[in-house]
Design a protein around this ligand. Structure first.
Ligand code: FDP
Length: 342
C-alpha cells in the first residue's frame, strides 16, 4: 500500500517509465519499449566516452594503452558506431540512417529485420567537442512502410508527422535523455553512481513568457529582410516582445534543451553564406523533425519559416532545412515576418 509520507522517495527509472507508457497502449508489443532502452544504453556508453574525450586522446598516445596499435577513434565516429552496433542485431529495426553516413544503413543480412527504422545524429555539435562545450545525440523512430525484408530508403524518407518516438541526449554538466512517444515530453537525468536514467523532468511544457532567443548573429549580413526584421522583433525593437536575452551555444541540442526548459526560440535560417547550402545548415531528417516532434509535444512549434516542419516530406536523406523552433507564438511570428518581407 502506498504511504504518502514516502511519496517523494519513489524513484522512476527510465525503464519503469517506458514500461508504464507501454501499458497505456493496449496493442503494444514491447518492441518500441526495448528499442528505447537500447538507445538509452547507447547514450550511457557515449556519455562515458564524452566525459573522457580529452583523456582518451592523451592515454591513447601511450604505448601501454595502445598495445594493439588501435587508433584513437574520433568521438563522432565512436558515437555513430555505438548506436549502429547496439541496434543492428536486435530484430527491432529494418534499417537506420545516420547523419555521419552518406547512404542508409540496412540491417546486415545475418540478423532478423524488425518493424521500425531509426534515424539519428550521433554527435550533434561535434565541432564543439574540442572546446569542452556540451554536445548531444538526436534520434527519431518511424514504423517501416515496406511490408518486410531489408528496410528501404522509402522507409526512412518519411515526414516528421509519422514519427512514433523521438528524443535526444544532452551530454552537459549532467547527461540527460529527453523523449516523447506522442504522450508528452519526459526528461531523465543519468545518475552516474548507479548508471540509471532517473525521471527528473516529468511532462515538460515550454514556459511562457519565454526568456531566450538563440541564433548565430555572426551571419546577419547573409540573412533576408524577413529574418532581420524577426531578429529586431526579438530584440524588442519597434515595440515587439519585451527584448529577449540572447544565448547561443552552437550545439542545436543544448540550445534547444535550454529553450525547452526556459522558453524561447532557436533559429538557423536560410542564408546566402554558402551557395551550396541555400536552405541553411541543419538536416531535416536527423535534427529538425525529431526536435519538432518534441517541441509540439511540449506545447511549442517548429517551422521552416513558411510551413510546419513535421509536414515536410523529405526527398533525400541529408536534405537541409531552415529551422525556427520554440514557443509557438515566437515561431509563428517568424512565419508572419518572412511572409511579409521576403
Ligand atoms: P556542428 O556543426 O558542430 O555539428 O548540426 C550542426 C550544428 O553543429 C548544430 O548542432 C549547431 O546548432 C550548428 O551546427 C552550429 O552552426 P554554426 O557554427 O554555423 O552556428
Amino acid at each position: 500500500m502506498s504511504n504518502p509520507t514516502f511519496d517523494h522517495l519513489k524513484i522512476m527509472t527510465i525503464e519503469r517509465h517506458i514500461l508504464e507508457e507501454q501499458q497505456s497502449h493496449p496493442g503494444a508489443t514491447g518492441v518500441l519499449t526495448n528499442l528505447l532502452y537500447d538507445i538509452a544504453l547507447a547514450g550511457k556508453v557515449i556519455s562515458s566516452k564524452t566525459t573522457r574525450a580529452g583523456l582518451a586522446e592523451i592515454l591513447g598516445r601511450t604505448e601501454d594503452i595502445n598495445v594493439q596499435g588501435e587508433e584513437v577513434m574520433k568521438l563522432d565516429r565512436f558515437a555513430d558506431l555505438t548506436i549502429f552496433r547496439l541496434n543492428d542485431h536486435t530484430g527491432r529495426l529494418a534499417a537506420m540512417a545516420s547523419e555521419e553516413q552518406a547512404a542508409h544503413l540496412p540491417i546486415p543480412d545475418k540478423y532478423p529485420k524488425g518493424k521500425y527504422v531509426l534515424v539519428f545524429d550521433p554527435l550533434d555539435g561535434s565541432s564543439n567537442v574540442d572546446y569542452n562545450v556540451p554536445v548531444g545525440t538526436i534520434f527519431g523512430i518511424y514504423q517501416r512502410v515496406s511490408p518486410d525484408g531489408p528496410g528501404t530508403l522509402e522507409d526512412l524518407l518519411q515526414p516528421g508527422k509519422n514519427l512514433v518516438a523521438s528524443g535526444y541526449l544532452c551530454y552537459g554538466s549532467s547527461t540527460m535523455l529527453v523523449y516523447t512517444t506522442g504522450n508528452g515530453v519526459y526528461g531523465f537525468t543519468l545518475d552516474p553512481t548507479v548508471g540509471e536514467f532517473l525521471l527528473s523532468h516529468p511532462y515538460i511544457r515550454m514556459p511562457s513568457p519565454p526568456k531566450y532567443f538563440s541564433v548565430n548573429l555572426g551571419y546577419q549580413t547573409y540573412w533576408s529582410a524577413g529574418v532581420r526584421h524577426y531578429t529586431q522583433y526579438l530584440q524588442g525593437e519597434g515595440g515587439g516582445v519585451k527584448g529577449l536575452s540572447l544565448r547561443y551555444i552552437g550545439t542545436l541540442v543544448s540550445d534547444f534543451h535550454r529553450n525547452l526548459l526556459a522558453g524561447g526560440v532557436f533559429y538557423y535560417p536560410a542564408d546566402t553564406k554558402d551557395p551550396k547550402k541555400p536552405t541553411g545548415k541543419l538536416r531535416l531528417l536527423y535534427e529538425a523533425a525529431p526536435l519538432a516532434f518534441i517541441a509540439e509535444q511540449a506545447g511549442g512549434y517548429a517551422s521552416d519559416g513558411r510551413q510546419r516542419i513535421l509536414d515536410i516530406q523529405p526527398k533525400s536523406l541529408h536534405q537541409r532545412t531552415p529551422l525556427y523552433i520554440g514557443n509557438r507564438n515566437l515561431v509563428e511570428k517568424a512565419e508572419e515576418l518572412i511572409r511579409e518581407h521576403d
